[in-house]
Ligand binder design. Sequence first.
Ligand code: NAD
Ligand code: ZN
Ligand code: ZN
Length: 339
Amino acid sequence: MKAAIVRSFDAPLDVNEMEKPTPGPHQALVKLVASGVCHTDLHAAEGDWPVKPAPPFVPGHEGVGVVEAVGPDVDDLKVGDMVGNAWMWSACGKCEFCRQGWETLCVDEQLGGYTVNGSFGEYMLVDARYAPRIPEGVDPIEAAPILCAGVTVYKGLKETEVKPGQWVVISGIGGLGHVAVQYAVAMGMRVVAVDIADDKLELAKKHGAEVVVNAKDGDPVPAVVEATQGGAHGILVTAVHPQAFDQAIGMSRKLGTIVFVGLPPAKTEVSIFDIVLNRITIRGSIVGTRQDMVEALNFFARGLIKPTLTTRTLDEINDIFDEMHRGAIDGRIVIDYSK
Ligand code: NAD
Ligand code: ZN
Ligand code: ZN
């Protein structure tokens, strides 16, 4: 089978033949139809983060495909079913965090396209107990971005605790951010979009942002505070630049909650005084549980979320990563395996 393989963190991906995997216990072999390309795949391929994957590996965690074979002990997936892979490829089900319903924090988690091979190939393995089920009747190409971008921002928005009618800032209108605008609107929130590119802000408006602020020409904080009459109730930071994280604090209303989702390899400084005196909460949020995934896919299947996307081929993966580095992608790029 053909796959895009990371052989070293400082070389382009090698699009080449590799052995088709065989499903083990609880696993299914899936023939890919589509896979979104997440900025996390770029961080993975470049070894950006403190905990690195081990080359050679195949990235990709927004894969949608059809079950071609199942291994032993699979009782609720059959050949022909449409499923996906996800960043939370599997969890142990036994640890303290799994037991509390926080399987995304499992101490023995496998990560799709990071610790196990992912969806940048013609076939992939999934764990049948954790693989997202794709709702019937949806377009598999459009479903792909929901599997990471969608579920991550849906969960992140819940974590902001913003109520219907209140203001949320979506900072960074890329693959994640442009679907975040749509989920926020669907959840009844009022949206301020912040990015450093006017075309991204246009996209945010198209998807329902009431206010847009360009952070390229100066500090976006005063404009956000003015538009929201005192700061936003919640801020979801999906940007891949540390400055956006620094600025998020100033955008918060008293009592506000700031949720960090973007993962630039960097540190941010916060004013202890501001956090304490304004009773601000800052928290991280990582993808979503299987139940968050069901809910995120349900918003999508009901037609409330429509990712803006461009389809490409697997052979173009290194060009796609170049474009991602330059911030030149409109919404999401999805690899179409039928092309
Ligand atoms: P992307 O490249 O599609 O989008 C990034 C966006 O950030 C772009 O629109 C860019 O213009 C914008 N941006 C850059 N600098 C900015 C600034 N200073 N202020 C405002 N906006 C700015 O990336 P993506 O696929 O949406 O992923 C975003 C980040 O989220 C990545 O770091 C990725 O690894 C991370 N991520 C986290 C989770 C999680 O569970 N926490 C899940 C998926 C992705
Ligand atoms: Zn666990
Ligand atoms: Zn992702």
